[in-house]
Design a protein around this ligand. Structure first.
Ligand code: FAQ
Length: 326
């Protein structure tokens, strides 16, 4: 009897080692992991966390810009901004759908956000005080998001990687739209240029924080890199963003608010000053200037949309019943 048990336990162990090896082989050979493939629990958990937090960021990220839709300076700018905010909502949808392929539900993820068990990007905790902030968000926040997300197009989980390809195409349009606003303001009156400078000065450091803590303080980087969820580290991506953005600020004739920023010919990169990590962690932990307002608005929108979700579910059921009857 005990021999039979020993044998079945050891067969189960061999099976699980085979599964794990099969998974690692796929990662090694750059074969995407798909929803029905076997994957370690920790890989699944990390993906759900990262994809859902990304989805929450897109949806909460609609708020700072939504604030300016009714105050856009021209019809042309208003149409562009409306389309951008709708795109962010769509990105949230693709990402929640990608997370759902891992065996969770959108309702569960949204509840976790509302109960403070999940995060959204620190960047969306800052206020949009002037129209120039809309330019700065498009240029810097979408610019940072693209640098991060281009890298994620090669992430190992298939549905996430495919969502990223589409999202990046839209984000690059957003980035150009934002830069266009900054160009107009920087080439405008003295007051407009000052407004652009003020927005840049306020959004620069929070944009650098979007990439997360230093690699040495990043809890998830090591495992996420081994599993090729992350293809480049937080610090590598942050450096890439700085290198791309400094010449753009020079083109605008605006000054980045960092006295330590300078080209380092030996490294072939810009050196830049230290981020205020106390501020970063304070914001990440819910102490950001607009956190309470963002969450109250998000929860109210969810409640106000309840009847739509219920009506859509009833309609879908009715369609299903009709199809079965036909
Ligand atoms: N904010 O160990 P790591 C956008 C947390 S989309 C808040 O380095 P990881 C589009 C992190 O979750 C912007 N929390 O974590 C748009 C973890 O806490 P946990 C969102 C942060 O995951 C534009 C802890 O710190 N993009 O902008 C932040 O390996 C305009 C330790 O950190 C994405 O989500 C932060 N900035 O690396 C929309 C991209 N950084 O979960 C509207 C996908 C770190 O253990 C308008 N995500 N934390 O409790 C990623 O690439 C990664 O998750 C990182 C963080 C790089 C953000």
């Amino acid at each position: 009897m005990s021999n039979t048990l020993d044998r079945s336990e050891s067969a189960a162990e061999t099976h699980s080692v085979d599964l794990e090896q099969g998974f690692l082989d796929k990662i090694e050979s750059e074969t995407k992991i798909e929803p029905k493939d076997w994957m370690p629990d920790a890989y699944r958990k990390t993906l759900i966390r990262q994809i859902a937090q990304h989805a929450h960021s897109e949806v909460v990220g609609m708020q700072p810009e939504g604030n300016w839709i009714t105050r856009a300076p021209t019809l042309h700018r208003k149409i562009g901004l409306l389309a951008k905010v709708q795109d962010e909502c769509g990105h949230g949808l693709y990402l929640y759908s990608a997370a759902e392929t891992l065996g969770t539900s959108r309702e569960e993820l949204v509840t976790a956000l509302h109960e403070g068990r999940m995060k959204y990007s620190s960047i969306f905790n800052y206020p949009t005080l002037t129209w120039a902030d809309i330019g700065a968000i498009g240029w810097l926040v979408d610019g940072a998001a693209i640098v991060n997300q281009i890298s994620l197009c090669r992430t190992s989980y298939g549905p996430y990687a495919r969502a990223m390809v589409r999202i990046c195409k839209e984000e690059s349009f957003h980035q150009r739209q934002g830069f266009g606003i900054m160009v107009t303001l920087a080439e405008g009156t003295v007051d407009q240029k000052a407004m652009a400078q003020d927005a840049l000065s306020r959004w620069w450091w929070p944009s650098l924080m979007m990439f997360g803590p230093h690699d040495s303080d990043s809890a998830h980087t090591q495992s996420s890199t081994t599993w090729k969820i992350k293809r480049q580290s937080n610090d590598e991506l942050r450096q890439r963003f700085v290198d791309i953005t400094v010449p753009q600020a020079e083109h605008l004739g605006l000054k980045l608010p960092d006295p330590d920023l300078r080209w380092n010919a030996d490294r072939g990169h810009y050196d830049f000053g230290e981020i205020d990590w106390d501020e970063f962690w304070r914001v990440v932990k819910g102490g950001g200037p607009c956190h309470l307002q963002r969450m109250a608005t998000r929860k109210a929108a969810h409640e106000n949309g309840r009847w739509v979700r219920e009506a859509a579910a009833v309609y879908a059921n009715k369609q299903r019943t009709n199809q079965q009857a036909a």
